[in-house]
Design a protein around this ligand. Structure first.
Ligand SMILES: CC/C=C\C/C=C\C/C=C\C/C=C\C/C=C\C/C=C/C(=O)SCCNC(=O)CCNC(=O)[C@H](O)C(C)(C)COP(=O)(O)OP(=O)(O)OC[C@H]1O[C@@H](n2cnc3c(N)ncnc32)[C@H](O)[C@@H]1OP(=O)(O)O
Ligand SMILES: Cc1cc2nc3c(=O)[nH]c(=O)nc-3n(C[C@H](O)[C@H](O)[C@H](O)COP(=O)(O)OP(=O)(O)OC[C@H]3O[C@@H](n4cnc5c(N)ncnc54)[C@H](O)[C@@H]3O)c2cc1C
Length: 663
């Protein structure tokens, strides 16, 4: 029997000003792609082999086992069903895994990409097939217990022995033990080990090495290898993040991944075109995290928006029926800016991936000139998108009141599985400082008359003249982009001036950098926010957009920019670029935009096209039948298997009886 849709949600859908399908097509790159997405999702979601008890009801060990089994099934089925393109695999795996990963995820996301990106053709012949077939399962072992951020400071050593033409691998101190690599704890039999290369006593920096850590026969750690799971974490329960220490483990010379740098049999070292090419896998994943953050935020906003239309609470007017909580403007102010941000990062994520694809193809042809821009852009956008997604997902949870705290909402798991994106692949302040470093260099080049290109082109010849007194239309996307550009350019310029002044005051470069670092991260943030606002606005100039959806998407873009502007109003006011009256106007526009977006809110989240199986949230159900399913879900909780829990007999009964006896 098909359940009836909640009448409030039904009405919301009937009253929308546009057909969500049109936005879905825009978001996923066309009708054909949406069709394929739905086919693959339905294949995965209706496959009985993937069904299991709710992970939230399981111990961590059970979760690991369940997700490993599912991951294995998934890669086997994808092979059988010939689901091969990256896009198809993403559609299928998102439906199988929901908001979780599986213990071999780092194999797919980092181990394989490192082989593609860092191995020679000969090495690919040797390893790729094995890795693609899952004959070997690997992870990316870089971080150590003592150092994650400071990659140059890693202590794991790979010392070349020309006599045997082998590398001797060691983690010489406690702090050198590898710590965190996903899937290393129990699953992987191989790692790409990032280690300091030593030849004849001289250090050549960090390089990648293929290392077998477990037997292919019985999965036991190989001699010299100590490996295990690092224990429970904030989330990511299904993942066996691991530790690893190495004691004089020898590997053949051919196991150093030598696409860019080489060690010859006699120990001669051949330098790479850039030492930073060894960091390529991190850049790829950072670029992917922008979209990943947009999607996670979109899921959270979908859940909270639908639920806010189903949930009725309090009285807005005495004696009137309880309103849908989304009718409270404060609730709209909680959710709509993040709805807009989800769209912003979704679209920017697509742009970031296309910049990545173009740049990496140039790099593989030997043109490394694009590397600094790619690094700076992906670092800043990764940091901004993941931190904004964190804040937004939490705001969505809070917007669901008490039920948001329950795992039934899907929000706690979504959050704890997504939040590593802020720390992993480069902690967000650290990455912002990388972007700032590029901004400082670029800005100084522009001061010397160089013309800049790419994301920093606006720093060339920027006019920092405040334009107070001018009347502005604060809804005009061009004017909003100008405001964000001006703010970024000013803050970049001021951070550069501060850095200079610290140095003129006697500090060396490093101390001056540290003293200026709050302003530097602010500069990187302003630059990244400008890029997002500009990208969002540019995507709306797509001639394929029909007017009904262009109107609503423009409102979202305006809201995204205006909300950023109002929450950072000091930045825009500081040099008089905007006036108090502009900010007041912006606030009024936000209220008006929210009122206009209110009737379209459900259609806008429906357009993300997450089926219930992927949202995995009772509060976010498409049909809105929340309460009945909350109750059913709670009844399935292991604590409810019996009316009287065994602990009653063990502890509670004697305690009650003892108390009664004392009366
Ligand atoms: C295939 C995947 C596709 C999509 C994936 C999609 C979604 C992913 C979904 C979820 C992911 C979420 C969570 C992930 C969960 C698990 C996996 C996690 C894995 C990991 O965490 S792996 C470990 C990651 N570790 C780090 O990121 C360490 C961070 N530190 C660094 O990167 C660097 O050391 C640092 C801090 C950037 C630089 O330090 P330092 O200042 O000491 O610099 P250097 O001396 O080393 O460099 C000087 C020079 O080089 C420039 N530079 C630095 N890095 C790069 C680079 N990567 N590329 C280019 N250039 C670089 C630097 O700016 C300096 O330049 P300059 O001298 O100024 O010109
Ligand atoms: C869920 C998860 C999965 C992971 N998976 C992997 C994996 O598969 N493989 C792997 O190798 N690693 C993995 N990691 C490790 C991850 O990459 C690192 O934790 C991350 O890069 C941050 O480094 P850190 O832990 O050393 O943080 P730290 O650098 O110790 O950060 C601590 C604080 O110091 C500050 N700080 C550090 N350096 C600077 C600086 N230069 N300037 C200003 N402030 C600074 C930071 O901002 C932060 O506030 C994973 C981590 C997590 C949480």
């Amino acid at each position: 029997m098909v359940a009836k849709m909640n009448p409030d949600l039904k009405k919301e859908r009937e009253n929308a000003s546009f057909d969500p399908e049109k936005i879905t097509n825009f978001l996923y790159g066309g009708q054909e792609s949406v069709k394929r997405k739905r086919e693959l999702e339905s294949l995965a979601l209706n496959d009985p082999d993937y069904q299991h008890e709710d992970l939230n009801f399981m111990s961590r060990e059970q979760q690991y086992e369940t997700q490993l089994k599912k991951g294995i099934l998934m890669v086997t089925k994808m092979k059988e069903l010939k689901i091969t393109s990256a896009q198809d695999q993403l559609f299928y795996t998102s439906a199988v895994l929901v908001s979780d990963v599986h213990p071999m995820s780092v194999h797919t996301r980092m181990f394989l990409p490192t082989l593609y990106g860092q191995a020679t053709e000969q090495q690919k012949d040797k390893w790729l097939k094995l890795a693609e077939n899952y004959t070997i399962i690997g992870t990316y072992a870089q971080t150590e217990i003592g150092h994650g951020t400071f990659v140059r400071g890693l202590e794991t050593t790979a010392t070349y022995d020309p006599k045997t033409q082998e590398f001797i691998l060691n983690t010489p101190t406690l702090s050198a033990s590898k710590w965190w690599p996903g899937g290393m704890g129990k699953t992987s039999n191989y790692v790409v080990l990032m280690a300091q290369l030593y030849i004849y006593g001289k250090s050549y920096g960090i390089h990648p090495f293929m290392l077998q850590i477990r037997s292919l026969e019985d999965h036991k750690p190989l001699p010299g290898v100590t490996v295990g799971d690092i224990g429970p974490k904030f989330g990511y329960d299904v993942m066996d993040n691991g530790f690893l220490s190495l004691n004089n483990v020898r590997i053949p010379r051919e196991n150093m991944l030598m696409k860019y740098s080489r060690v010859e049999p006699d120990g001669t070292y051949v330098r790479p075109p850039s030492t930073k090419l060894a960091y390529g896998t991190m850049v790829q994943v950072r670029a992917g995290i922008v979209m990943f953050s947009g999607m996670n935020l979109a899921k959270a906003v979908t859940i909270a928006t639908r639920y806010s239309c189903v949930r009725r609470q309090s009285e807005m007017k005495p004696g009137h029926p309880e309103p849908q909580v989304l009718d409270y403007v404060t609730q709209q102010y909680k959710l709509f800016p993040y709805l807009a941000a989800a769209y912003a990062f979704w679209l920017t994520g697509q742009t970031m991936m296309s910049v990545y694809t173009t740049s990496s193809s140039q790099i593989s042809k030997g043109d490394i000139s694009v590397l600094p821009e790619l690094h700076a852009l992906s670092a800043g956008l990764k940091a901004l998108s993941s931190s904004m997604a964190n804040v937004g997902m939490e705001e969505c949870r809070l917007a669901c009141g008490g039920h948001g705290y329950s795992h039934a909402s899907g929000l706690p798991r979504l959050y704890t599985n997504a939040t590593p994106a802020s720390t992993a692949e480069g902690e967000h302040v650290v990455l912002m400082l990388q972007t700032a470093r590029y901004l400082m260099k670029s800005y100084n080049q522009s001061l010397q008359g160089e013309k800049l290109a790419g994301s920093v082109a606006y720093l060339s010849g920027v006019q920092l003249v405040p334009a107070a007194g001018r009347t502005r239309n604060m809804l005009d996307l061009g004017a909003l982009c100008d405001a964000f550009r001006h703010r970024a350019a000013r803050i970049v310029g001021e951070a550069a001036a501060q850095l200079r002044s610290e140095m003129q005051g006697g500090k060396d470069q490093a101390d001056a950098w540290n003293a200026s670092s709050v302003d530097l991260t602010k500069a990187a943030m302003a630059h990244s926010q400008y890029f997002v606002v500009k990208t969002f606005a540019e995507r709306l100039t797509d001639s394929r957009l029909d007017s009904s959806i262009s109107a609503v998407l423009t409102r979202l873009c305006q809201l995204h920019a205006l909300h950023g502007l109002v929450t950072n109003s000091g930045d825009f006011l500081e040099d008089g670029y905007l006036t108090g009256s502009d900010i007041r106007q912006a606030r009024r526009h936000i209220n008006a935009l929210m009122a206009k977006l209110r009737p379209d809110a459900v259609a806008l989240v429906d357009a993300f096209d997450f089926p219930d199986g992927i949202l995995n949230s009772i509060l976010g159900r498409y049909d809105g039948n929340v309460y009945q399913h909350l109750l059913e879900w709670a009844k399935a909780s292991p604590l409810n298997k019996t009316d009287v829990h065994q602990s009653y007999h063990k502890y509670l009964k004697p305690f009650l009886e003892a108390n009664r006896a004392k009366l």
